[in-house]
Ligand binder design. Structure first.
Ligand code: FAD
Length: 286
């Protein structure tokens, strides 16, 4: 099923993001996570993609196949284009097509010194425009309520986001953020710019202080004082941080759900306890 149809037919969605396990041992250990996630009845599960390609892309595809075939949940495959040329992208697209994958989160990928750009795709919108000519996928795109680190300002950000939507992105999934006002302001700016596709907030419940500090700096997200107080107080107490992190995320989610947002995309970090606790907190709402 195309993800755009889910948003057209449903009031508010719930979706999860997971990543392929890094170990070479394969995907066996992911089953515990997937069985819990599937039980929670998400509208889709998205699977991240290693920006450098290689075996990472294989594991993404295997996991997406597993989600679809064994767990009967619609997968969304993340696909980064920076290091691929057109021929390699065609090969990947054909493989996805032959597996019955219908949805791609089209991404550029981070520019890092270790990766050599192939030169065919400078931006996610180029990937969408290219694939749209040949293939019948539903394309999703990423968006950044606090601006992508490379954008000069919010005007630049929104202008390029509009290009991505004009190229064919039918749903936008947001980067994590910890203050809902930031997302509401961003959504409003998207509407003013004529971006009329669902803009879905991405929420990351915090369970690990050092991990979140690293992610926040990588993602260009800000730390509201209320959130920072929780991290500072409980960073050395795992159980307390879990409770406080879930409570903070649930407060964010409920505030978003009562506002006019199309759904919630939950960054699960492959942790079934996180997904279960969040779903328990909203079971009579979504
Ligand atoms: P783009 O949309 O190309 O934007 C990148 C920058 O270029 C922005 O500053 C934008 O404003 C600017 N820009 C865009 N178009 C133009 C244009 N035409 N002219 C000039 N400037 C332009 N990374 C992974 O490696 N694997 C993943 O699985 C993954 N999943 C993600 C999921 C989500 C929901 C999000 C929000 C991010 C994810 N990322 C992932 C990270 C992403 O790859 C990086 O943030 C990357 O730096 C940008 O990717 P993008 O697709 O947003 O790029």
């Amino acid at each position: 099923m195309k993800i755009s149809d889910i948003y057209n037919n449903k009031k508010q969605t719930l979706s999860f993001e997971i990543f392929p396990p890094k170990k070479e041992s394969g995907l066996e250990n992911i089953d515990e996570t997937l069985s819990v996630l599937a039980e929670l009845n998400p509208d889709f599960i998205s699977v991240t993609f290693g920006a450098g390609g290689g075996t990472g892309s294989k594991r993404t595809l295997e996991l997406a196949r597993k989600i679809k075939e064994e767990y009967k949940v619609e997968p969304v495959v993340h696909l980064t284009c920076l290091t691929y040329d057109k021929k390699q992208i065609d090969e990947l697209a054909k493989e996805l097509q032959s597996e019955g994958i219908e949805n791609i989160l089209a991404l550029r990928g981070d520019i890092t010194p270790e990766l050599t750009p192939a030169g065919d795709f400078a931006h996610a919108s180029d990937l969408i425009s290219y694939l749209k000519k040949e293939y019948d996928f539903c394309f999703l795109g990423a968006c950044y309520p606090e601006c992508h680190a490379e954008s000069a300002d919010m005007i630049d950000e929104i202008k390029h986001l509009r290009t991505k939507v004009d190229a064919g992105a039918e749903v936008l999934l947001s980067q994590l953020f910890f203050a809902n006002e930031i997302f509401y302001n961003f959504s409003e700016k998207c509407k003013i710019a004529g971006i009329d596709v669902p803009v879905v907030p991405g929420i990351m419940p915090v369970i690990n202080a050092s991990q979140i500090k690293r992610m926040v700096s990588m993602c260009n997200a800000s730390f509201p004082a209320r959130f920072k107080r929780i991290i500072d107080k409980y960073e050395d107490n795992k159980e307390a941080l879990f409770d406080a992190g879930m409570s903070y995320a649930l407060t964010q989610i409920i505030d978003l759900l009562v506002s006019d947002i199309p759904g919630i995309h939950l960054y699960t970090m492959n942790n079934p306890k996180v997904a279960r606790r969040i779903c328990e907190g909203i079971k009579n709402i979504v």
